[in-house]
Design a protein around this ligand. Structure first.
Ligand SMILES: O=P(O)(O)OC[C@H]1O[C@@H](O)[C@H](O)[C@@H](O)[C@@H]1O
Length: 304
């Protein structure tokens, strides 16, 4: 292990395998990000408590995407784009993400906790064998990870250096660790239109009725125009324990595979659907980025 940065109670270290650990040790805050397989956050701890789900069966070789953590979906969300691989190629690209820098951002105005930052980047076009289907478009995707004592902020920036327009989608796909998925609810979606991805055609278009979206079956929904901030609540205590905020990202997806789908996932224990819920800030419709232009979309997670 190599120390990349130590500064005023903040630390960044790197393993031989190019996994980075950002930490604020005296606050029990840390996160781990692999730069070998995608730019994939595999752990986020607040007060030494793990917030992120990682399957016991996750494949950590890069052959398939890591099941759990925070996959980054680029250049599209799911199948909503021309690229043949669902959720795009970025999440399990091996050895292609580059370390840019790590630094102490100090205490941002309006906050009372310090912030440590890691920046990684991915540059296209990408050819075989790196990707199964070549992606011929030039781009730079820069990921900035900011760790605070009780929050983490991820910022994706896509630059289009080419003289041609660039169309792409993007999503953060965080798997949140919960004690029991049937005992949590997502608050903030009441009255929001969604597409139920499990119901084909117009019958799948619906409006969120209740105050809380709970999990008692397979859930796979794209909420269009959801509020920028939703919270995850414990149904037993009625306390919200996690906020998910997004900026400049159009949609919010909620996913839990439940019983039958879990059985079909080779990199997931059949009972693990009890232990996770995905709440995903997703730019489903493709962004049209002008020549020389850029786009930025942010996700902020806060332990409440
Ligand atoms: O198995 P993958 O490719 O990681 O996708 C997991 C899920 O990701 C969600 O974002 C999608 O809405 C689901 O339809 C999908 O099943």
């Amino acid at each position: 292990m190599e120390i990349v940065l130590t500064s005023a109670g903040l630390c960044v270290s790197r393993t031989d395998n190019n996994a980075y650990t950002l930490s604020i040790p005296d606050r029990g805050a840390s996160c781990q990000i692999s730069s070998t397989i995608g730019a994939h956050l595999t752990s986020w701890k607040v007060n030494d408590h793990e917030m992120i789900f990682l399957s016991e069966r996750a494949d950590l070789t890069g052959r398939i995407p890591i099941r759990g953590g925070i996959p980054l979906c680029f250049p599209q969300f799911s199948k909503f784009g021309p690229y043949p691989q669902s959720h795009g190629f970025a999440r399990n690209l091996t050895g292609a993400w580059r370390f840019e820098r790590a630094y102490n951002e100090g205490v941002p105005q309006g906050f009372n906790d310090p912030c440590v930052v890691l920046v990684l980047s991915l540059t296209g076009p990408l050819d075989t064998p790196r990707v199964s289907t070549p992606y011929p478009h030039p781009f730079v995707l820069t990921m900035t990870f900011r760790l605070y004592a009780t929050r983490i902020a991820l910022s994706a920036r896509v630059d289009n250096p080419s003289p041609e327009p660039l169309a792409f989608g993007f999503a953060y796909h965080p798997y949140f660790r919960v004690e029991e998925a049937t005992q949590v609810g997502v608050r903030g979606l009441q009255g929001v239109r969604y597409k139920d991805q499990l119901v084909a055609g117009p019958e799948g278009e619906a409006t969120q009725a209740g105050e809380l979206l709970t999990v008692d079956r397979e859930v796979d929904r794209i909420y269009r125009g959801a509020p920028e901030r939703v919270v995850l609540e414990d149904l037993r205590t009625h306390a919200a324990f996690l906020a998910v905020e997004r900026r400049n990202i159009s949609d919010l997806v909620v996913w839990n595979p439940w019983v039958e789908k879990s059985k079909t996932m080779k990199d997931f224990q059949p009972e693990e659907y009890h232990k996770m819920i995905c709440i995903e800030p997703a730019q489903v419709d493709l962004v049209q980025c002008a020549p020389g232009g850029s786009w930025e979309g942010q996700m902020v997670l806060s332990r409440l």
